[in-house]
Design a protein around this ligand. Structure first.
Ligand code: HDE
Length: 707
């Protein structure tokens, strides 16, 4: 090929395409079609000769409007963004399936629950609520847990959260709570934080939010992984069977690997070290074949239970404790495939609470009723037109037939003459009273009013029940979280108003927070329509710690290695971890790796500066006598150990690492969680010990959350 003059050379030095392909006579086009996959084209399919330089007059002259390739490319780029979700903007999704355990025909006619072993394709999107699309993963926040099941009778969207209740009792308050938590409108900060005046001002004026506040100030709001969180449908729904009989139902997702959260100090550091911590975790788990799994469980009850239960089952700020109404597993959800493209699937997926198949119906929960309007409405803004169901991620996977037509970006219109019904052409789909959705014919009566029922008036009893169900470290964390959040509130009146609510929940909690905030005295308790009930039993199911997994499966050990690392010990440790289905990453002074005691070269995944211990569930220090002297001079190595200790993690160490423990200031405090690594034989026992996850007893001594 003739060399181009240097002033028109491609700037990236890539070989210029064979010009023959672009001349355009028939034979050559045929050749182009065959080779098409690797030829860059415009969106119109036209092959591109030069993607590095605009068309211009002379090498240094003005650009030409005739350059359709440039214009198309920039035009498209200019329009790449769509509005982010008004809430739950930051999310991450995956595909999988739902498998039904047993037929639930007695309760529901929903096809998805008719046959044991039936598998239904699913797409799930996890999210934070307040932060924008580019915010960090470890914000203190509720997590969205939205599930789209592509059933044989259309899509069923169970758009839930990782907390079983909500802040408000009426959908009309949603814009207010969300405005209050989002960045304040004049200054446009803080991002992805509830720790500011507007949020706490609204909350302290909204007593119905107190139960939810207990949950979001607990460790539930800083989960270790999407894989280790529960999910909840929140509202009471209805199952409706083939005889049109209704049973109330509450949905719960239980993670197979158990619950786990991080410490607040850890969350803050994770956000700096890896803002994509939760995304990466899900990506890595699925890509490595460790498919996350949850069981779908239900609480089923009838009208009689609803009438006699202590609280109104339509009130979305209340739970039904599992100890009172057990949860029954009815199927499992497995996530086994990442989307091919984030935007096409995770960003464009449109969840809608009103997507329910025949056999699943709504209750009159006023939050759910309001949501049923909002989720359809918002898609129009976000996805730009009424045809968002034409996007593959939103389209049903069962046959479907509508007479809807036209609109922006219509991909499929009715074929043939008929686009209405009834018609006498004998064409097109028809209604089916038997197969079709029949709304449950509940008896309703009453005047048209704007009223909250009295049965929604108790705002403190379940908040107290949640608090007293927690273990001491979990209670400490709630107190610390409240103190931290309120310490960011500039107006002391708001701080005090919040404490006045806490008194109604638990006096010790209120006193602790008041002291830590430096309040001179306890304010008067907030006025309560209904005094807090002291007789509600603690519900152990509400504590994360009481229901720890007891095993290290699915968790990650960070192994710090240096030159001279004991090769056998390392092998023994990694084999034991793999056996227990745990994972590990190697961290070294240099990312290239280290030379082990047997002279083998071991590659590392991280350099010590880039892998603080907050990214791991526990750490092991596999140093060597020769390398330790240099290592202790590294601030990152000292922080690695000191942070792990402060965050109550297990630390396994080779004896050569003692000077590092000393430099990190913990050699005096060695406890049952700081373990000298045994020889090869004992290493499996060490990994079993890691299943306890944290040494919470250490916490008061490191003053992480001394309450
Ligand atoms: Fe949502 N919520 N929400 N929400 N919500 C949205 O819909 C809304 C509520 C939840 O991954 C929006 O498509 C109102 C409770 C999740 O795409 C919007 C009310 C629960 C997601 C909306 C609530 C949720 C959303 C924004 C008060 C737990 C993310 C974008 C009545 C049961 C879904 C969108 C995804 C998203 C409205 C309260 C869960 C605006 C009006 C309670 C998981 O329609």
């Amino acid at each position: 090929m003739a060399k181009r003059p240097s002033n028109t050379m491609q700037s990236d030095g890539v070989t210029v395409h064979d010009q023959k392909l672009h001349r355009g006579d028939g034979g050559e086009l045929h050749q182009f079609a065959e080779n098409g996959a690797d030829v860059l084209t415009t969106a119109q399919g036209g092959p591109v000769a030069d993607d590095q330089n605009m068309l211009r007059i002379g090498a240094r002259g003005p650009a030409l409007i005739e350059d359709f390739h440039f214009r198309e490319k920039i035009f498209h780029f200019d329009h790449e963004r769509i509005p982010e979700r008004v809430v739950h903007a930051r999310g991450y999704g995956a595909h999988g399936f739902f498998e039904t355990y047993e037929s639930l025909a007695a309760y529901t006619r929903a096809d998805v629950f008719q046959r044991a072993g039936e598998k239904t394709p699913v797409f799930v999107r996890f999210s934070t609520v307040a932060g924008s699309k580019g915010s960090f993963d470890l914000a203190r926040d509720v997590r969205g847990f939205a599930v789209k099941m592509y059933t044989r009778e259309g899509n069923w969207d169970l758009v839930g959260n990782n907390i079983p209740i909500f802040f408000i009792q009426d959908a009309i308050k949603f814009p207010d709570i969300i405005h209050s938590v989002k960045p304040e409108p004049d200054r446009a900060f803080p991002q992805a934080q509830s720790a500011h005046d507007n949020f706490w001002d609204f909350i302290s004026l909204t007593p119905e939010s107190m139960h939810m506040i207990m949950w979001v100030m607990s460790d539930r709001a800083i989960p270790r992984s999407f894989r280790f969180m529960e999910g909840f449908g929140v509202h009471t729904f209805r199952f409706v069977n083939a005889k049109d009989q209704s049973t109330f139902v509450k949905f719960h997702w239980k993670p197979k690997l158990g619950l786990q959260s991080v410490a607040w100090n850890e969350a803050v550091k994770i956000n700096g070290a890896d803002p994509d911590f939760h995304r990466r975790d899900l990506w890595q788990a699925i890509q490595s074949g460790n498919f996350p799994e949850w069981e779908l469980c239900v609480q089923l009850f009838d009208q009689e239970f609803a009438d006699t239960f202590d609280f109104d089952v339509l009130d979305p700020t209340k739970i039904i404790p599992e100890e009172i109404l057990p949860v029954q597993p009815i199927g499992r959800l497995v996530l086994d495939r990442m989307p091919d493209n984030f935007f096409a699937e995770t960003e464009q997926v449109a969840f809608m609470t009103q997507n329910v198949p025949p056999g699943i119906d709504f209750s009159d929960d006023p939050l759910l009723q309001g949501r049923n309007f909002s989720y359809l409405d918002t898609q129009l803004k976000r996805l730009g037109g009424p045809n968002f169901t034409h996007l593959p991620i939103n389209a049903p996977k069962c046959p479907f037939h509508t007479f809807q037509q036209d609109g922006h970006m219509a991909m499929r219109n009715p074929i043939g003459r008929v686009n209405y019904q009834p018609n006498s052409w004998g064409e097109g789909p028809r209604e089916s009273p038997q197969k079709g959705f029949r709304h449950f014919a509940s008896e309703e009566q009453g005047s048209k009013v704007r009223l909250r029922p009295e049965s929604f008036a108790d705002h403190y009893s379940q908040a107290r029940q949640f608090y007293i169900s927690q273990t001491p470290p979990e209670q400490r964390h709630i107190a610390m979280a409240l103190t931290f959040e309120l310490s960011k509130v500039e107006n002391p009146v708001i701080r005090e108003r919040m404490v006045s609510h806490l008194i109604n929940i638990d006096e010790t909690l209120a006193t602790t927070v008041a002291e830590k905030l430096g309040l001179r005295s306890l304010p008067k308790p907030a006025e309560a329509a209904i005094p807090t009930r002291q007789d509600l039993e603690p519900s152990p199911a509400l504590s994360i710690v009481k229901r720890g997994p007891g095993r290290f499966e699915g968790r990650k050990l960070g192994i710090l290695i240096t030159d001279g690392v004991d090769a056998k010990l390392l092998k023994g440790l990694t084999t034991a971890l793999t056996k227990q289905k745990a994972v590990f990453e190697l961290i070294a002074p240099k990312v290239g790796g280290v030379t082990a005691s047997d002279n083998a070269w071991i590659e590392a995944q991280h350099m010590i500066d880039g892998a603080p211990s907050v990214l791991f569930d526990a750490i092991a220090l596999l140093t060597s006598p020769a390398a330790i002297e240099d290592l202790v001079t590294e601030a990152a190595a000292r922080d690695f150990v000191a942070d792990a200790f402060q965050h109550c993690k297990f630390i396994g160490y080779h004896l050569s690492a003692l000077p590092l423990l000393e430099k990190a200031g913990i050699s005096e405090n060695i406890d049952e969680g700081v373990l000298s690594l045994p020889g090869e034989d004992g290493i499996a026992a060490f990994v079993t010990e890691l299943g306890k996850l944290r040494v919470w007893g250490r916490e008061p001594s490191v003053k992480l959350g001394k309450a």
